[in-house]
Design a protein around this ligand. Structure first.
Ligand SMILES: [Fe+2]
Length: 208
């Protein structure tokens, strides 16, 4: 059967209607532990241009209910959502709570993807990273184009942008999303449904 013709206006209307019903409105913040808050500030504010918009010093730990001393910061994205970070004054306590003790994490274990406006912005970030001699990996997902890098805390950050094929691929995938999941859960060897990219995506370029 031929692929149904993609119509941008119809797809946009369908997405808007689905999203309007959703009371979970947007990401407010994502939080991670910082090894060094000033190094973290330099990375997010100076390198990625995400302004530091709030810094709280907390003297009670709400998890233990005991007196404590930690800092909590918020770095803002263009939609008002934030990447947030904590750092405890007690270095051992800080390291004990950290995921992999701030070792650079595998992207399958955890990563946070933040969207930039367009490919021009993505290329601008790439230039900045090159100038700063900061390591990264480029990846073409088919439906997104991304730069992967680790922040100073070992957290993997994905800078991503939509590409001309994004909506077409998402529209095609959307109607079958649940049935594909069910099939993958039930069967051991399911072929890829991502025909644009072949067997799977690979990093296309890396700056070590
Ligand atoms: Fe991702």
């Amino acid at each position: 059967m031929p692929e149904p013709q993609f119509d941008q206006a119809t797809y946009d209307k369908k997405c808007k209607a689905r999203q309007a019903k959703n009371k979970v409105r947007m990401m407010h913040h994502h939080a991670y532990l910082a090894k060094d808050m000033e190094e973290t500030r330099k990375f997010y504010e100076d390198l990625l241009s995400m302004p530091l918009i709030g810094t709280w010093i907390e003297r009670t730990n709400p998890v233990t209910g005991e007196p404590d001393n930690y800092i909590h910061t918020f770095f803002e994205l263009g939609d008002g959502s934030c990447l947030a970070f904590f750092q405890f004054k007690n270095v051992k306590q800080n390291a004990d709570h950290a995921i992999q003790r701030f070792e650079q994490i595998n992207p399958f274990t955890h990563h946070i993807a933040i969207e930039v406006t367009d490919d021009e912005a993505l290329q601008d970030y790439r230039k900045r990273l090159d100038e700063a001699d900061y390591p990264y990996v480029l990846t073409d997902h088919g439906y997104l184009s991304s730069i992967y890098l680790h922040d100073p805390n070992g957290m993997q950050v994905e800078l991503t942008t939509r590409v001309p094929n994004t909506d077409v691929m998402m529209a095609r995938a959307g109607d079958d999303a649940r049935s594909i999941l069910d099939r993958w859960m039930a069967e051991d060897d399911v072929p890829t449904n991502n025909f644009e990219r072949g067997a799977g995506w690979v990093a296309k370029d890396a700056k070590a």
